[in-house]
Design a protein around this ligand. Structure first.
Ligand code: SF4
Ligand code: SF4
Length: 185
């Protein structure tokens, strides 16, 4: 669930990429995947709760979900070199916190014009989508994303979404720190 359709007057970040206005999928959960949203840990939960207090008073920005085998497997695929730590953070039969969604599956921070959170408040995984890093290399996630389908090449996707690899690296570094993982080398 990443950052799309956000008007430039709210964020000090690139204007809305047109492709996202046509797609607008990534901040809405697909039925059946409700417990598969990216996990959030203490630091981000606290930041989101503070933001929710201002933006959506009375609405909890996070919700618990079970650590299903499918969820753990998905996280292990994302962090193939950090399995021990991932299993520590996501114990079987435990649960994780994730962004809360409305009855229609939309993230509670999704507004009519995109994400209502300032960029520096958004979860790191939202800043990264639809990118990821694997062994220090930028790669594109396997995701139902119109921008991926239309871009055809990683440089074009970066250009289309007006993202810079350096900013993505920073977001990934933040995510690894929050997860208690060693810095990317
Ligand atoms: S926090 Fe913002 S970018 Fe992330 S899923 Fe929610 S609306 Fe989308
Ligand atoms: S094109 Fe990709 S990044 Fe943009 S809204 Fe769709 S899924 Fe999200």
């Amino acid at each position: 669930m990443p950052a799309c359709n956000t008007p430039p007057d709210i964020l000090a970040f690139p204007p809305t990429p047109h492709v996202c206005a046509r797609c607008a999928k990534c901040c809405v959960v697909v039925p059946g995947d409700e417990d598969m949203l990216f996990p959030l840990f203490e630091e981000e939960v606290a930041r989101l709760e503070a933001a929710a207090h201002e933006l959506i008073p009375g609405v909890s920005p996070v919700a618990p979900a079970p650590n299903s085998p499918a969820f753990l497997a998905a996280m292990l695929r994302l962090f193939p070199d950090d399995a021990l730590r991932v299993r520590e953070l996501i114990p079987e039969a435990g649960r994780h916190m994730q962004l809360a969604v409305t009855g229609t599956g939309a993230c509670v921070f999704l507004g009519d014009h995109g994400c209502r959170l300032p960029r520096d408040v958004r979860p790191a995984h939202c800043l990264l989508f639809p990118f990821w890093f694997h062994r220090n290399r930028l790669r594109v996630l396997e995701a139902d994303c119109l921008a991926i389908r239309e871009a055809g090449a990683i440089w074009k996707l970066l250009q289309t979404l007006d993202l810079k690899e350096a900013d993505l690296r920073e977001a990934f570094g933040r995510l690894r720190r929050i997860w208690g993982l060693p810095p990317m080398i």
